[in-house]
Ligand binder design. Structure first.
Ligand code: PHB
Length: 404
């Protein structure tokens, strides 16, 4: 089983995202029943904790949110519907495409639903928009995608945690490799114009230039609005660059990779990126256009470790597709919350969860073991991956670990 299972039947979430359609923006309770704030009681069976899930239910990144919901659901179901011995009630709210949607959604989770912690958040712009709200409300936010560097950098707080990555990391890990591949040729840098694109390119340029690489030119495309990349592809062709480095994810990644190939650039200029470019359903939609693209990421479905072997089989069995970095980070968010809640006796508060997260040790993750840094970001490895055919479909095959 693998990505080939989905070829020819793109999932509805991708059809919606690619059409740029807005799905319903409602807030949904992921599982029914009333709940008390906190719960606890020494992990007694009758106690319930309410966990907020903040994810995009529409727009460019909605399919990523779906993968994250799947990872979360899998972990909780594998643990009998409980975290730390308490029954979990998930309350899902829509982060939309930016803070204007996400801030009211986060406020509702905290103030109205009275959740004890929140996980999710795909977009860096959203993470930056909601971070103070969580710190001020003393409710932990366990980010399972958004890579905004500040969150686990200068803005780090007792209430901000991340199980995914910081934006500079996968790109900084890739710089020396790309410099070595282009051997002095210029690289054209292009990315979505918001925090994640800027930080991704910053991370890449730093190590790429330190390794002797030259940037031919640099462009940022309006986020969520660019459907036609033709003018940018023209500029790339005219630039004399010998390769391209980009940051796109979700529906934008599909449009960019397909148009890159249709324009004829795929045969001329190698395309490099952090692995979000070819991750999950994006790869299904890109198909042949993505073949051979090399990326850097903290996960690949073929990683050879016991936790991944078990996780990958369970995920494929349940969702009939290969797991993604989004699903893994969300699965791990549930795992660290599970560990934290297990260590709390009696009533559960946001303050107690935040303190307990600080005591979480090594996480036995499908990406390989990792632990939180002092500023609450995973200390982890990055891998060079290549898009290859797998059965009737495609996969991101691990080539080797990046020394970064
Ligand atoms: C981000 O906004 O931080 C972000 C979004 C999508 C990705 C990776 C990072 O795939």
């Amino acid at each position: 089983m693998g990505r080939q299972m989905r070829v020819g039947r793109l999932r509805p979430r991708w059809i919606l995202a690619l059409a740029g359609l807005a799905a319903a923006t409602m807030t949904v309770a992921a599982c029914g029943g009333s709940a008390v704030r906190g719960g606890g009681g020494g992990g007694g069976d009758q106690e319930t904790v309410k966990l907020g899930v903040l994810l995009p239910l529409s727009g460019v990144y909605a399919p990523l949110g779906e993968d994250m919901q799947q990872g979360l659901r899998l972990y909780i179901d594998e643990h009998g519907g409980k975290l730390g011995g308490r029954r979990v009630e998930l309350v899902t709210a829509d982060e939309g495409e930016g803070p204007q949607t996400a801030v009211p959604a986060a406020k509702k989770l905290i103030q109205q639903d009275r959740v004890v912690a929140v996980t999710g958040v795909v977009s860096s712009a959203v993470a930056l928009g909601v971070r103070d709200l969580f710190t001020e409300s003393k409710i932990p936010l366990v980010i399972s995608n958004a890579g905004a560097d500040e969150i686990t950098g200068e803005a780090s707080s007792d209430y901000l945690w991340r199980t995914s990555f910081a934006n500079t990391e996968p790109n900084a890990a890739f710089g020396p490799y790309v410099a070595d591949q282009v051997k002095g040729g210029g690289v054209y840098v292009i990315a979505a114009d918001y925090a994640a694109g800027k930080e991704a390119m910053g991370g890449f340029k730093e190590t790429f230039e330190a390794a002797g690489g030259k940037v031919a030119d640099e462009r940022y495309t309006p986020f969520g609005e660019t459907q036609d990349f033709q003018p940018y592809l023209n500029a790339i062709q005219r630039s004399g660059a010998e390769a391209v480095y980009c940051f796109y994810a979700g529906a934008e990644a599909v449009a960019f990779v397909k148009q890159y190939e249709e324009f004829g650039l795929a045969d001329e200029l190698p395309l490099y990126s952090a692995g979000f470019l070819t991750e999950g359903g994006a790869l299904d939609a890109q198909g042949d256009a993505a073949l051979g693209i090399r990326t850097s990421l903290n996960y690949a479905p073929d990683l050879d470790n016991p936790a991944n072997e078990r996780f990958r089989a369970a995920y494929q069995n349940r969702f009939e597709e290969e797991p993604t970095t989004y699903a893994v980070a969300s699965y791990d968010a549930a795992a660290v919350l599970d560990q934290a809640l297990t260590s709390i006796d009696g009533d559960v508060t946001g303050e107690q969860i935040a303190a307990a997260l600080g005591e979480v040790g090594e996480v036995d993750s499908p990406r390989g073991t990792w632990r939180f840094s002092e500023t609450h970001n995973p200390v982890q490895k990055y891998y060079l991956r290549e898009v290859r055919k797998q059965g009737a479909g495609f996969t991101n095959a691990t080539v080797r670990e990046l020394e970064g």
